[in-house]
Design a protein around this ligand. Structure first.
Ligand SMILES: [Fe+2]
Ligand SMILES: [Fe+2]
Length: 247
């Protein structure tokens, strides 16, 4: 079976018309595709301040005829994210969710440390990932998604807030060859690398695009269009990613 997934990230919805317009533009594009995606992954920084009103807007904008899978980012606030976006019971523990999409297990993991930009998969989340992967039927591929990339991207901004203790996740992936790739956001630039011998794919941002150090000293480019990624996981469990700007 082949899974066709879209990924958006870093909407930073803040109540401004600009943020709303950019998110709506991308969702309109996805809803109008002649072949709908099997699911949309939203890899964090959905709200800019973590207010309930921002999640109420996000819930409206992200309404779609395909499943929408989310994880929080460093700008998200667990309590409001749980209540106003997911409709879950209150609480401040990590929000980890597994979804079964087109024969693939997609683990949307909470890598946030409340009040910090950098991320970490805490003991509870690492245990949940391990147990969830162990319970899957033989032959079921998995994807793991969370917010902060676990490797250097060679830009001081995302590198100062990346996933800490990535060796803990790498050890877990070594024990679970069914994990085909790791997917993140946070960097506001479409990027690709390798982590634990898997593809590490970083989705572009909706809100603004990161200028690279050799492009400019001013990191935030507000003029580039919002962008998304399409991921195809084929029946050999190989991931292919296409990036698309939405003008
Ligand atoms: Fe962000
Ligand atoms: Fe972020």
């Amino acid at each position: 079976m082949t899974a066709l997934l879209a990924q958006i990230s870093d909407l930073h919805l803040d109540g401004t018309a600009r943020a709303t317009r950019r998110a709506v533009r991308v969702m309109d594009y996805l809803r109008a595709l002649p072949r709908p995606v099997d699911a949309l992954l939203v890899t964090g920084d959905i709200a800019d301040h973590g207010d309930e009103a921002e999640y109420e807007e996000a819930a409206q904008i992200l309404t779609a005829p395909f499943p929408v899978l989310t994880c929080p980012g460093n700008h998200d606030v667990r309590a409001a994210y749980r209540k106003a976006l997911l409709g879950l019971a209150p609480g401040d523990r990590p929000v980890n969710q597994v979804h079964h999409i087109a024969g693939t297990a997609i683990l949307m993991c909470d890598s946030t440390i409340p009040g910090h930009d950098e991320g970490r998969l805490d003991t509870e989340t690492l245990g949940w990932i391990d147990a969830t992967l162990r319970e899957l039927p033989d032959g079921t591929p998995a994807l793991i998604a969370f917010h902060q990339p676990p490797v250097e991207l060679h830009h001081p901004m995302p590198d100062s807030g990346r996933l800490e203790h990535p060796e803990e996740l790498a050890a877990l992936l070594d024990a679970h060859p069914r994990v085909a790739a790791v997917i993140t956001g946070h960097a506001h630039t479409a990027a690709a690398s390798i982590f634990a011998a898997r593809p590490l794919i970083v989705g572009p941002a909706i809100t603004w695009t990161l200028r690279l150090p050799w492009e400019s000293d001013q990191p935030a480019d507000l003029d580039q269009p919002p962008a998304l990624a399409f991921h195809i996981l084929d029946n050999t469990h190989r991931l292919t990613t296409h990036y698309r700007a939405v003008l």
